[in-house]
Ligand binder design. Structure first.
Ligand SMILES: C[S@@+](CC[C@H](N)C(=O)[O-])C[C@H]1O[C@@H](n2cnc3c(N)ncnc32)[C@H](O)[C@@H]1O
Length: 354
């Protein structure tokens, strides 16, 4: 086993639950040694950190515990940095400087951006050598996420509507929470963000939506490379089983009602809640017939002029023959995913068949 430190993204609990779900899905032997709102330290059996990084949406960096501070690349002049998690790293920095001097390696120190661990490392992606210092232990950064690549992928696709699309980061997290290994279904695929990320992870993807035009345009744009690995079905999410006989996992941000220009009245919210309750119940009941694995799904809660209003999702889950799944014992699900000012508050659920 090798000790790895995962630098968690903006929603640390969600990021941790995602890592755990990924390890569970691929049966990677692991044990968690420590976690807080910035990092998680795992002992893990044989992983390829770059591959894991590509797969995860909520992890910013992966670093491995090391006592080897060597630079192995071909360059004669390098840039390097030491990010501090906890403790005082001054001795280590001096040791590094001395080492580089002795080896006649021109090494330029780049000061880490303030609170580097919480910030997407746009700059550190270009470093030649990066260490993280945590209470006297040194970790070498072996994989870094590239937010620039995400932004490009998001905004350059032909059919992009920022208002309704979920972020690439969240799409990846949802897929991992569903523990998809081979295939994933999004029954409300919209512009196809979840499908697109699933394809890039090497999964077979199926999308269902009343309107599949933008998803089709986006998936075709992704390239011929993914030829027959995707399928779109124009249809109703409540009647999936007419077209789909078996599916491994489901990841979805379902229809959550109309877009509110202003805070709705209680009455307006109640009407939408009634409609969505019926939709989600019908969806889950139908999925029960075809699903082998887990569902990762977002459920909305509404702010109204008279306070918050929510769907009685627990009764719906039970009535459809599912139950809540909690990947990490210490973290209770569902997990919230919204900003304080949001009118619509999203909660992330993972469900398994009873
Ligand atoms: C919240 S959007 C999904 C957004 C998507 N996650 C994305 O990133 O593009 C909801 C989608 O559900 C579709 N929809 C609404 N009711 C549906 C139903 N009963 N069956 C299938 N699709 C439905 C809408 O056409 C819309 O594209």
């Amino acid at each position: 086993m090798q000790e790895y430190m995962f630098i968690l993204g903006r929603d640390p609990e969600l990021s941790l639950v995602e890592i755990e779900s990924y390890f569970q899905a691929f049966k990677i032997n692991h044990s968690i040694k420590y976690h807080d709102d910035k990092i998680a330290i795992f002992d893990v059996d044989q992983i390829n950190p770059s591959k894991v990084m590509m797969r995860l949406g909520g992890t910013v960096k992966i670093a491995e515990l090391t006592e080897d501070y060597e630079y192995y690349g071909p360059k004669k002049a390098i840039t390097y940095s030491v990010g501090i998690i906890k403790g005082d790293d001054s001795d280590f920095l001096d040791e590094l400087k001395l080492k580089f001097k002795k080896e006649k390696l021109k090494a330029m120190f780049k000061t880490p951006v303030k609170d580097e661990t919480q910030v997407m490392p746009s700059k550190s992606a270009n470093l030649d050598l990066e260490f993280l210092w945590n209470k006297g232990q040194v970790y070498r950064v072996v994989a870094t996420s590239n937010p620039k690549e995400y932004k490009e992928r998001d905004e350059k696709r032909p059919a992009f509507d920022a208002l309704s699309a979920i972020s690439i980061r969240l799409a990846k997290i949802m897929i991992n929470l569903s523990q998809a290994k081979h295939e994933v279904l999004d029954p409300f695929c919209g512009q196809g963000t979840i499908l697109q990320e699933g394809l890039l992870m090497g999964l077979n993807v199926i999308g269902v939506d009343k309107d599949i035009a933008s998803a089709k345009e986006n998936l075709e744009w992704l390239g011929k490379k993914y030829g027959n690995k995707w399928k779109l079905i124009k249809g109703d999410a409540r009647k999936l089983s007419t077209n789909i006989k078996e599916i491994e996992s489901v990841a979805s941000e379902p229809y959550m009602g109309p877009y509110w220009e202003r805070i709705p009245s209680e009455e307006e919210a109640n009407k939408v809640i009634k409609e969505l309750s019926l939709l989600y119940l019908a969806l889950l009941k139908d999925l029960k017939n075809v699903l082998k694995g887990k569902i990762a799904i977002i459920i909305p809660r509404f702010k109204t002029k008279g306070g918050r209003r929510e769907i009685d999702i627990n009764s719906i889950i039970t009535a459809a023959g599912f139950r809540l799944y909690q990947p990490v014992k210490a973290i209770s699900m569902p997990l919230p995913y919204f900003e304080t000012k949001s009118r619509l508050e999203r909660f992330i659920y993972v469900l398994e068949s009873v």
